[in-house]
Design a protein around this ligand. Structure first.
Ligand code: NAD
Ligand code: LMR
Length: 329
């Protein structure tokens, strides 16, 4: 049986994350080994030539699932009929740039992209924002798309989630696959809170297995929260393959579901759960089923966690207020 290809739009396609992402989408890792895909590569005019080179390489792989590649610098074309949109391209902070300048430059990208998604994407569109500041860029795009259900706009904290699992596995000697129910709360920034109090290692409570408050507060949390900066320092460029891998994980889990007894972390519009103001795009523990996600409810939040969740959410409130002031939402 021939299935209709799923249209996947990738912005910033010629960037370093794009290069690590596109080949895995085309080979079936995003949606499944039996799901054909059609790719739309959205770039700015300066990126079009490099995007054409990537398209040539994609052709040269002869991926059986890849049914088409379109390259454009027009968001109205790039998001036309999109079922999945990975918003990777963003304006990086450069020397001398104030936070307001950064938010404003990104507003100039994510507001028109949100509008183009609103006007042209397929009814089942799912959006993942990777480009930083990811949570607030997702908020800007979502606000510009009033006809799309707000919950379809998400921001990536899966890389933080994966980083936290890896650090916890290294500390305890556990296998990565034995670690479940870890949570990233808040913003994809240095204020994020990786929470192990509800996590399990081979069925046992992770905080009890670790039993080392100093490691938790002084090593684990800062290592995970500042990992992005550490990669930049070591590599001379921000994380790319691991970020692309996390983007694949995020969409794959959203579409195909979380495993029984486990959950993941996604930046999603808050419904007010856990005291996070409604509408803020903040990271929560979520389960996914049938292409939808739900916040895990009823977790006890201890004082240690509460203070850290509140601090990261406060940063998101400030970013939201700043983009509101700039007229971006
Ligand atoms: P990069 O600079 O290599 O590539 C960005 C690409 O985006 C460039 O090719 C550029 O031409 C393109 N671009 C810029 N504006 C665009 C627009 N309006 N429309 C379409 N394309 C546009 O950057 P990268 O390393 O690929 O990183 C991309 C973003 O992802 C950065 O903002 C980075 O900070 C962020 N990031 C997020 C996470 C996360 O966990 N959420 C992790 C790593 C990186
Ligand atoms: C990361 O977490 O690796 C990135 O968000 C870092 C960055 O600033 O691009």
């Amino acid at each position: 049986m021939t299935r209709t290809p799923v249209n996947v739009t990738v912005t910033g396609a010629a960037g370093q994350i794009g290069y690590a992402l596109l080949f895995r989408i085309a080979s079936g890792h995003l949606l499944g080994a039996d799901v054909p895909v059609s790719l739309r590569l959205l770039e700015i005019p300066q990126g079009l030539k490099a995007a054409e080179g990537i398209a040539m390489e994609l052709d040269d792989c002869a991926f059986p699932l890849l049914r088409g590649i379109e390259i454009t610098d027009d968001p109205n074309v790039g998001f036309d009929g999109a079922n999945v949109a990975l918003l990777v391209g963003a304006r990086p902070r450069t020397k001398g740039m104030e936070r307001g300048d950064l938010l404003s430059a990104n507003g100039g990208i994510f507001k028109p992209q949100g509008k183009a998604i609103n006007d042209h994407a397929a009814d089942d569109i799912k959006v993942l924002v990777v480009g930083n500041p990811a949570n607030t860029n997702a908020l800007i795009a979502q606000a510009a798309a009033p006809d799309v259900p707000a919950e379809r706009f998400t921001a990536m904290t899966r890389l933080d989630h994966n980083r936290a699992i890896s650090q916890l596995a290294a500390k305890t000697g556990a296998a990565v696959s034995d670690i479940k129910r870890l949570t990233i709360w808040g913003n994809h920034s240095a204020t994020q809170y990786p929470d192990i109090f509800h996590a399990e290692i081979a069925g046992k409570n992770a905080a009890e297995v670790v039993n080392d408050q100093a490691w938790l507060a002084d090593e684990f949390i800062p290592t995970v929260a500042k990992r992005g900066a550490a990669i930049i320092e070591a590599r001379g460029a921000s994380s790319a393959a691991s970020a692309a891998n996390a983007a694949i994980d995020h969409i794959h889990t959203w579409v195909n579901g979380t495993a029984e007894g486990d959950w993941t972390s996604m930046g999603i519009p808050s419904d007010g759960s856990y005291g996070v103001p409604e509408g803020l795009i903040s990271s929560f523990p979520v389960t996914c089923k049938d292409g939808k996600y739900e916040i895990v409810q009823g977790l006890d939040i201890n004082e240690f966690s509460r203070a850290r969740i509140d601090a990261s959410v406060q940063e998101l409130v400030e970013e939201r207020d700043a983009v509101r002031e700039l007229g971006l939402i």
